[in-house]
Design a protein around this ligand. Structure first.
Ligand SMILES: [Zn+2]
Length: 437
């Protein structure tokens, strides 16, 4: 999601509690409680003091308010280019303790990958480490405690809870801003565009007056919102035309989107091979070439997008060419069924491992937008040919993929009914005022 590099001077727990409130809920207190017990058990003479300190310790985020504890509690926010060594030196912690931690492979693995903004909680007594807690993923926390014979570690699970949410709104400017204003995340906007990508061009065709609605999953943890999950049902009204989609989990566990009556939203070809490119030059049999400055047909579509934007295979097929060819620069040509070939030119580079003769699936990454060959700026040049004859990719009517299999139809209708009912709830005039979380 939003993994921003945050660089702040270390100033203890108070700032942190404000900045990342959801990361340290009730579970953190439990961990620390366990940690203090563990540490105290191994430190002769400190046991009593620690246990009474624990009883009085209000919350971990206010360590200064636990005057009886002999341990100093520290929350370290990782800075850019930080290393554990630098952190231990900065805090004047025992370097031999760090060496001892590093000698345990599982701990070492977690300490080698420090991301700016991450938090490590430590407790120590006169520089001697007593405990360390670090979140290693959304659902896992590493807890290390000193024992008599060395450091003990365990992974604590923080399970996610899935909830259902619904959102609706109108397009004012961009899809991203409109979804965000209705209370949804950037990822939700991307997912929405993904669901309808075969029917709607979200960069060039979406305009003020269009409307969207979605029923989707959210991940929660310890009563706190973590992130938006996948879309379950969605509606998009584009230029007065309503598109609806509902998710269905196939028997093999994969998910597919269908219309409410079971037709596939997928088509054999993607409308466009880039998710968020702007059409900068259309198909034109008599265009003046910007570099050659003479009339030369533009037998494809250009999509302007930043260098490095992923380019995807428009359909299942085979790599006919991956290489350099004249004005196309770095180019990929894919061969599909029915004598169709697609061409992707001016790429900055190819997808890792892509080779001539490889099979590719629709939507698979094949390269990145660039400006190699004859190109005035970063863009993808995309061609679509049938038996060698160029066609305008934006005018081709592609056939839909298979509808829901007959044997699954009853189950499909039953399982999607409540999702569509919820969608109706947010798109009906009464419920369409704004989003809900
Ligand atoms: Zn072009």
């Amino acid at each position: 999601m939003h993994q921003r590099a945050i660089e702040l001077p270390f100033d203890g727990a108070a700032t942190l509690a404000l900045r990342q409130p959801r990361r340290f809920g009730v579970f953190a207190c439990c961990i620390i409680a366990g940690v203090v017990f563990g540490a105290a058990g191994s430190m002769v003479g400190q046991q009593k003091a620690s246990r009474s300190a624990l009883a009085q310790m209000p919350v971990y985020s206010a360590p200064a308010a636990a005057p009886v504890s002999p341990f100093e509690q520290i929350e370290v926010t990782i800075r850019r280019n930080d290393t554990m060594d630098a952190i231990f030196r900065r805090l004047e912690l025992s370097l031999s303790d760090l060496a001892a931690l590093r000698s345990v492979p599982e701990i070492r693995k977690s300490l080698d990958r420090l991301r700016p903004g991450d938090v490590i909680k430590l407790s120590h007594l006169n520089g001697e480490l007593a405990s360390m807690v670090r979140r290693v993923s959304v659902t896992e926390t590493l807890s290390v405690t000193r024992q008599a014979e060395g450091f003990d570690h365990s992974i604590i699970e923080n399970p996610l809870e899935t909830r259902q949410a619904a959102i609706a709104g109108g397009i004012a400017s961009s899809l991203f801003r409109s979804v965000s204003e209705a209370g949804g995340s950037e990822q939700l906007a991307v997912d929405l565009a993904e669901v309808f990508r075969y029917d709607i061009d979200f960069v060039n065709e979406v305009q003020p007056g269009d409307r969207f609605a979605a029923v989707y999953e959210q991940a929660w943890q310890d009563g706190e919102f973590v992130q938006d999950g996948g879309i379950l049902a969605a509606e998009f009204v584009n230029e007065g035309r309503t598109y609806r989609a509902v998710r269905y989990v196939m028997p093999d566990g994969t998910t597919e989107f269908y219309t409410p009556d079971g037709r596939s939203l997928r088509k054999a070809f993607l409308r466009f091979p880039v998710a968020f490119g702007r059409v900068s030059s259309g198909f034109n049999m008599a265009r003046r070439h910007p570099i050659l400055n003479r009339v030369r047909a533009h037998k494809g579509i250009d999509f302007a997008a930043p260098i490095g934007t992923p380019v995807k295979a428009a359909a299942d097929g085979r790599v006919q060419l991956r290489g350099v060819q004249g004005g196309y620069g770095n180019v990929v040509i894919l061969a599909h069924s029915g004598g169709v070939t697609t061409l992707y030119g001016h790429l900055s580079r190819f997808a890792n491992g892509l080779r001539n003769g490889d099979r590719v699936k629709q939507g698979q990454l094949i390269g990145y937008i660039g400006m190699t060959g004859l190109s005035t700026g970063p863009h993808l040049h995309y061609e679509y040919r049938v038996n060698g004859v160029h066609r305008d990719p934006s005018r081709i009517k592609h056939t839909p993929a298979e509808p829901i299999p007959a044997r699954l139809k009853a189950d499909f209708l039953e399982k999607t009914r409540p999702l569509l009912a919820r969608l109706d709830g947010v798109t009906s005039p009464a419920g369409s005022v704004s989003g809900a979380r």
